[in-house]
Design a binder for this molecule. Structure first.
Ligand code: AMP
Length: 293
């Protein structure tokens, strides 16, 4: 694996690969890599001949009171993991490579808008998050010039917005969805799981169990939502009743049309996503499950 930090070195490697007739696959990440990220690399290897992974903790997609400063960073360990699965290139740029022209202490400019769908669910809880996310993903696409890029299904709203941006701004780029990798308990792997202590982890494990139960009781749109709400309420109440247990606070639970991200009418038929965000202690976790009506 070759690690590069400059746009020029990256461009040289990618153009050499393309000249050799290779299809270029791309996996953007913020590091603190786990098996979920590595599954994306493996999928990229199946879908392309030359895989570039990036590690960049994007300041633009964190709110003022969010965890940008404490977000886990460990480039050496991450590079070892990527090298072990035979990633071709690790692109680990500094902020000025991604957002040039900030030498005088300026703020990076948001150049993409996620529109109304960027303001609901995750976007409602994290104002500006999706505009910042799309801005960095677009910039990374410009620098890497991939033929195919892989994103995880766990971040469903992110994936939806990226697909929509690519249709208009990056014609010809293929976006591939990777299934969510989970612990045995069902908890979706996430870099933020590192924040959880043992008691919080035990609560976090209930999230996916709740999604499965709601899916099993999804004889109708309202039955699925009722089930999810009741279970989450039960989880919250159990946590608040017992002193010493970590607090669990439901942020949202929502059923949306997977193709439009709009809420479902009761008579909806097709592929839906049941989305949930829960705050456990200080950690905000998201997950989702597909339900076909
Ligand atoms: P992040 O580093 O958290 O920005 O994530 C980078 C990519 O990995 C995104 O496309 C995520 O959706 C994906 N990802 C994160 N967690 C998982 C997981 N548990 N399974 C599969 N993909 C994941």
């Amino acid at each position: 694996m070759i690690t590069v930090t400059s746009a020029k070195e990256l461009a040289q490697l990618v153009s050499a690969a393309k000249s050799a007739g290779k299809k270029v696959g791309f996996v953007p990440t913020m590091g603190a890599l786990h098996d979920g990220h590595l599954s994306l690399i493996k999928l990229a290897q199946q879908r392309s001949d030359f895989v570039v992974a990036s590690i960049f903790v994007n300041p633009l997609q964190f709110g003022k009171n969010e965890d940008f400063d404490r977000y886990p960073r460990n480039l050496t360990a991450d590079a070892e993991k990527l090298s072990a699965v035979e990633t071709d290139v690790l692109f680990a740029p500094t902020v000025d490579v991604i957002y040039p022209g900030l030498e005088n202490g300026g703020q990076p400019a948001v150049t993409k808008s996620a529109g109304p769908i960027g303001e609901v669910l995750e976007g409602a809880a994290r104002p500006g998050h999706f505009d910042g996310m799309l801005t960095v993903v677009a910039r990374l696409f410009e620098l890497v010039q991939p033929n195919v890029a892989i994103f995880g299904a766990k971040d469903a709203q992110q994936l939806f917005l990226i697909r929509r941006m690519v249709r208009t701004d990056f014609e010809g780029l293929e976006i591939v969805e990777a299934p969510t990798v989970r612990e045995l308990s069902g908890l979706a792997l996430s870099s933020r799981n590192a924040y959880l202590n043992e008691a919080e982890h035990a609560v976090a494990e209930k999230i996916y169990r709740m999604l499965r139960t709601a899916k099993d009781s999804a004889t109708s749109v309202s039955a699925a939502l009722d089930s999810a709400h009741k279970q989450l309420q039960a989880i919250q109440e159990a946590q608040t009743r017992s002193a010493g247990l970590p607090e669990a606070k439901l942020d949202y639970v929502s059923l949306v049309d997977a193709e439009t991200f709009e809420p479902l009418a009761e008579d909806f038929h097709g592929r839906a996503l049941l989305l949930v965000a829960v705050v456990i202690g200080k950690t905000r976790l998201i997950d989702n499950i597909e339900i076909i009506f």
